[in-house]
Ligand binder design. Sequence first.
Ligand SMILES: Nc1ncnc2c1ncn2[C@@H]1O[C@H](COP(=O)(O)OP(=O)(O)OP(=O)(O)O)[C@@H](O)[C@H]1O
Ligand SMILES: [Mg+2]
Length: 314
Amino acid sequence: MSVAVLADPKIETPVPVARPNTVLSMQGVCKGFGSGVTRNEVLTNINLNVREGEFLAVVGFSGSGKSTFMKLLAGLEKPDSGDLLMNGQPIIGPDPQRGLVFQNYSLLPWLTVRGNIALSVNSVFKTWGKGERRDHVEKFIEMVGLAHAAHRRPHELSGGMRQRVSLARTLAMKPKILLLDEPLSALDAMTRSVLQDEILKIWEEERQTCVMITNDVDEAILVADRIVPLNPGPKASMGPAFTVELDRPRIAAELNHNDKFKGLRNAVTNYLVAVRQKSRDDEAAVSQSPQIELPDLQPRSLTLPRKAILNSTT
Ligand SMILES: Nc1ncnc2c1ncn2[C@@H]1O[C@H](COP(=O)(O)OP(=O)(O)OP(=O)(O)O)[C@@H](O)[C@H]1O
Ligand SMILES: [Mg+2]
């Protein structure tokens, strides 16, 4: 279910029908946190099918529930209702076949860059020889440009460097499904562009299924086959999918002059702007709705002696 341009965005989208090559599937998934008056309904009625080998980008505003969505796919959170499946089987917990790059890096503080990556490689490729595993680790350290810092611990790294370690650690595990939660958000533009190319290169070689969250529409168009917006929360739902009909390999510098790219960027951005405006209008309507009528009570004067307060009628 996809559209290229959307003139009149709607919050509700049709439920996608699962196709045979669907690898990840979410049907009617809802997720909230807390209980009672503090209950926060984060995601509601999420319907999504990710095809094998597809590169899907999810775009959305801060706090809308993107990381929650990703943690559900990774098996780190359980849905309150709905079906969450990988190859037709319920996702009941984390699995090395689904590698997640966390938004907040989540590195082990007592291990070096090399140690963090090696720990994952050693746990996944147990049958490989020592030398082969070591070379594999070094290849990914090199790839993210951290050879000079391989001996450093996370507290000795910048935010961007930590993000690169986190990315290398997950890529090195060669998961069948790559889940990337804003993997490049802490990087400067130059490093970001180098790593975008690296992610694309790896994906083009391996063609593993990839779901990436990003707040950058240009980045989403550069990497993805399909872009799905997450509408603003609370009760965030999925917007309609935008198909990226651009040939690969894609070169970021050339895309800026491509009419299809510019048209799609406008369509996605306009959708996001419209849906945010709608969410603000809905919020304003709720705050202007008739208030509960309060009883006409007068406060008692606390300056009077206690006995007088108790006896007073006003
Ligand atoms: N474990 C949790 N317990 C309670 N509330 C949570 C939990 N995790 C997320 N939330 C709430 O769910 C909402 C969505 O959070 P989430 O991290 O998924 O948003 P996000 O879209 O990833 O935001 P950002 O773009 O800033 O990373 C927020 O209101 C957040 O406070
Ligand atoms: Mg997040």
